[in-house]
Structure formats: C-alpha cells, structure tokens
Ligand binder design. Structure first.
Ligand code: NAI
Length: 469
C-alpha cells in the first residue's frame, strides 16, 4: 500500500483551506501544501496577522498551530503537484452559465484544467482525489485525461472523497465528521489507494466512520445528501406558507414533526430560503443528470425543491411590500445580515441578495449591516444581481452600515435575513426609538422574541406565523 507523506491540495477555498489545514493539524508527520492560482487568496492565507481569506470559527487557531510547521500555502501549483504522493482537487464547480446544460450542469472546466495540470507536471505516481462536488462519473473523465498523459513510472489512482462540512461549523465538522466517504475503483490498485487515504483520516477519525464505496456511489452520495437536506428546507418552507394562510405556527409544527424519531429535528427551520454555493448548484446538477439519463419525472421532482426556494424568497419580499401599505418606494428598509447563513462571510446565493434586489426594484432605500461580509463583496453581489443598473445608481439607493443600530436608524422596517447570534441581543428599545413609526420587523429566520418586540411597540411579521392566532 502506498504511504502518504506529502499532500497537495489544489484550491485554497472554503473547502480546500479548512479541510487540508485540519489534515495538517491532525497529521504532523504529513507535509501539506495548499496551492491556488489566486495570488491574493494565498497571500491572505500566509498573512502574518492571520487575516485569513475566509471566516470560519476555529479556523485561525488551526492555521496558527500548523502553518510553517507542516502546512504551507503557495501559488506554485506545479511544485505542489510534483512533490505530493496524494493530490486533492478542491477547485470550484459552479453551475454553467452558457453552452450545453447552461443553468443546470456543473462547469467542470476548473476540474479539467487542474487534472490536465497534474497530468502535465507529475513525474511520479500519484493518488488523485476528487474533493470537489462533481456529477456522477466525473472521475472517469479525469482518469481518461491522466491515463492518456501518464509518463513511464507515473501511474495515477483516482479516488472520490466528497466533503460534507457545512460552512459556519466547518472545523467542528472536520474534527468529528459523521462519516468520511471514500470511493474507489474496485481493483487491487483502487483498493490500495483507498486504504492509503483512509489511513490519513484514521489519525483522528474512528475507522467505523470511514465508509469505502464504489467511485460512482461516492460521487452520487454527495449530490444526494445536499438534495435531501435542501428538500427538507423546501418542505418546511412550503408548510410555512400554509401556516401563514391558516394561523398555524411553523415553529410548533416543525417541533412536533421533528420529535418523530423517523424524521428528526434537524433542518426543519423555516426561513426566507436556503442559500450557499452548494444546495442549488448540486440539485440543478442532479436535475441535469436525471434529464440526461432520460428520467424526466425524477428531474422534475428535484427541480421543485429549487422552485419552492425561489417562491419562498419572492413570497417574503411581497409580504414586506403588502404589509407596508403596498408600497415601499422611498421608504428606508434595514436588512440585518447579508451572508447566506450565520458564522460565515460567504454570500454565494444568499437570500439577502434577492430580497435587496426586490426592494431596489420597488425603489426603496436599503441599509445593510452584516458583521462579517466585506463592503466590496456586497457591492459586487448587488451589481451582479442587477446587471442593467449602474453601480452608482445602486450606491445611491443602498448604504452599508457598521452596526445594526446604525442600519435601523430612520428606517420604516427591519428585515432579519441572516441568523447571526448578535441579532438576538440587539437593544430593540433603542432600535425602536430611532425608527419611523409604525416600526415594522420582518423575521425571516425565526430569531427574535416576537411577543417581546410587540410589547415595545413593533409590528412584527414572522415567517410561518399567520396574523390569526
Ligand atoms: P472556492 O471557490 O472557495 O475555492 C476554489 C478555489 O480553487 C479558488 O480559490 C480558485 O482560485 C481555485 N482554483 C480553481 N482552479 C484552479 C486551478 N486550476 N489551480 C489552482 N487553483 C484553482 O470553492 P469552495 O467553496 O471551496 O468549493 C470547492 C468545491 O467543494 C466545489 O466543488 C464545491 O461544490 C465543493 N463543496 C463546497 C462546500 C462549501 O461549503 N463551500 C462544501 C462541500 C463541498
């Protein structure tokens, strides 16, 4: 069995960075180099004051312990590849924007470029590990590229090792994963490569949590896991619409059904809709896969999860407009939270972006506050969401604030778009004093104590709570 002494990770993003930093921490005998083409990102990973490119609780501590010891960040991709026994491919796989499968299929260009780079550079045998989320049978394409370019004495084994961490809890998830999944070809070499990677994880993960399966099952399992998690959110959000129409309370309904041990309590929190770089992309990927396999009904079934999510966001912004006497033109709306969820600075597919775009279209004035997201990221996202509107126009309508209190000043309404813990402890009395009256709060995350806010004087609207109680 090959022994892993040097690891290279291609892609220093939300997955490659934390995953391989934890491997370095837990395996001091393995030298781990994380490489990326993006110089600014690598500079941030290497910054002397640990101003890391991503915010993730506990990450800085891990990097502080391992960086310079056996953890390195570099833009020298070729050296990283040459020196490694095992290479993680952890590059981005966004939804294709044009060409065949646009809007659904995964853009595998980055995976292919990284694979070709490995093929061109490697002079010794490597285990190549697909860490990115990819459609079923991508490993086969990678193998074809690698085999067609392999040199004498350099053979490649491909493994699939999808990542199940969740942003916001990535370090805890990596320290104690529910499972590590490794897919390999069921050949002697495939099984040996699988055992070599398994040995790396066994430095801290109990053996019974390391599942070894076939390559295609592993690839499909990642898409399936995300599709099923998102499907729970869309299911509970669909029920929240019924609650609002009937006077039932989604928090009570979710709690009641979550007590059923067959269902369980997790991922049953109604919200303004799911975001993040993965759920929508991976479901659309599954839809595309199903369609290409001629499984029309299967494709339609999964597509509905995304349709429901879009509906939930639209429904929420419409409820804001309806409640504010059918117009928000010229009214100031405070949006608290811009990240797609708490404890991350990631804004990809954040529901806040859609809501703010809707408010802009209604010609409202919007104040935004988020404790982690950089202003430059907010402007980039809003610009991308309204490509026909010049950035200067957006900046006349939207302001970025440095505290929740500042954002709420002179506003007609407050929208809670992200479940940051600090929003639970806002001085609502002070917020109320600074707002125009009547002062409205729209809780898109079931975060605040609605009754307490009502006692201060707010008019409170909560997802999944009807007016008739
Ligand atoms: P990301 O966009 O944060 O990072 C990807 C990095 O790869 C970028 O820094 C980019 O510059 C770099 N890159 C692209 N092509 C390269 C090349 N040829 N050579 C060197 N560097 C290259 O993406 P993220 O979020 O880390 O996702 C990576 C993969 O992991 C995706 O397939 C995603 O679906 C999957 N995933 C993401 C999770 C998440 O929570 N973000 C969770 C589980 C899986």
């Amino acid at each position: 069995m090959p022994r892993v002494e040097q690891i290279c990770c291609i892609g220093a993003g939300y997955v490659g960075g934390p995953t391989c930093a934890v491997i370095a921490l837990k395996c001091p005998h393995i030298r781990v180099t994380i490489v990326d083409l993006n110089q600014a990102r690598i500079d941030a990973w290497n910054s002397p004051d640990f101003n890391l490119p991503i915010y993730e609780p506990g990450l800085e501590d891990v990097v502080r312990q391992a960086r310079g010891r056996n953890l390195f960040f570099s833009t020298d991709v070729d050296k990283g590849i040459r020196d490694a026994d095992l290479i993680f491919v952890s590059v981005n796989t966004p939804t294709k924007k044009s060409g065949v499968g646009a809007g659904f299929a995964a853009d595998l260009n980055y995976v292919e470029l990284a694979t070709r780079r490995i093929a061109a550079t490697a002079t010794s045998s490597k285990i190549v590990v697909e860490k990115s989320t990819v459609p079923c049978r991508t490993a086969e394409s990678m193998r074809t590229i690698l085999d067609a370019n392999s040199k004498p004495n350099a053979r490649f084994d491909i493994l699939s090792n999808p990542e199940f961490l969740a942003e916001g809890t990535a370090i805890d998830d990596l320290f104690a994963p529910d499972r590590v999944l490794i897919g390999s070809l069921q050949t002697q070499e495939g099984k040996e490569a699988c055992a070599a990677l398994s040995e790396v994880y066994q430095n801290w993960v109990p053996k019974e949590r390391i599942l070894t399966v076939g390559l295609w099952s592993s690839e499909l399992s990642k898409l399936a896991a995300n599709a099923m998690l998102a499907q729970r959110i869309s299911s509970v959000n669909a029920l929240s619409a019924i609650c609002e129409a009937t006077g039932a309370n989604i928090a009570e309904v979710a709690h009641s059904i979550g007590q059923d041990s067959r269902i369980g309590p997790k991922f049953l929190r109604a919200s303004v809709g799911f975001g993040g770089s993965c759920f929508q992309k991976d479901i659309l990927n599954l839809v595309y896969l199903s369609e290409s396999l001629n499984l029309k009904e299967v494709a339609e079934y999964w597509k509905q999860v995304v349709t429901m999510n879009e509906y939930q966001k639209r429904r929420f912004s419409k409820r804001v407009v309806d409640t504010l006497f059918n117009t928000i033109t010229g009214k100031r709306i405070a949006v608290l939270g811009f990240a797609f969820k708490a404890d991350t600075g990631d804004t990809r597919e954040s529901a806040a972006i859609t809501l703010i775009r809707d408010f802009q279209q209604e010609r409202a004035l919007v104040n935004i506050y988020d404790p982690q997201v950089e202003s430059s990221q907010i402007w980039a996202d809003l610009n991308e969401a309204s490509p026909d509107v010049p950035l200067e126009t957006i900046q006349r309508q939207v302001s970025i604030c440095s505290s929740a209190l500042e954002a709420c000043k002179n506003a007609e309404a407050v929208i809670i778009a992200t479940e940051w813990a600090e929003f639970k402890t806002i001085d609502w009395q002070a917020v109320y004093a600074g707002m125009n009256k009547p002062a409205f709060v729209f809780d898109g995350r079931l975060l605040v104590d609605a009754d307490k806010l009502r006692s201060i004087g707010f008019k409170v609207t909560v997802i999944g709570r009807g007016e008739r109680l």
